[in-house]
Design a protein. Structure first.
Length: 95
């Protein structure tokens, strides 16, 4: 049940991360929070399966912080790839 607290925190921070990252116009509003939440869920679950207790601060820091780091990298990559694709499409169309 505590995983919900971690996922709500990760999603909320992912929303803030979306607005802090550049090139917001090149990606959807829900992309960064979704990546953050999915990564936090995976990290939380893997750490729980490996025996880390729910009361451990390492579990919370790793799941929320790791989710944010993964989402920041993925969001940055998505933005760069989208900008390159849009530039290539404009050039192909002669715009």
């Amino acid at each position: 049940m505590y995983i919900l607290l971690a996922l709500i925190a990760a999603c909320s921070l992912g929303i803030g991360l979306h607005y802090l990252m550049p090139r917001r116009d090149l990606r959807g509003v829900a992309v960064t929070p979704a990546i953050t939440t999915a990564a936090a869920a995976a990290i939380y679950t893997i750490m729980q399966w490996s025996g880390v207790a729910e009361s451990s601060p390492a579990l919370w820091l790793a799941s929320i912080g790791g989710g944010l780091v993964i989402a920041a990298g993925a969001t940055f990559a998505i933005s760069i790839l989208r900008a390159r694709h849009d530039a290539a499409a404009r050039q192909a169309l002669g715009i």
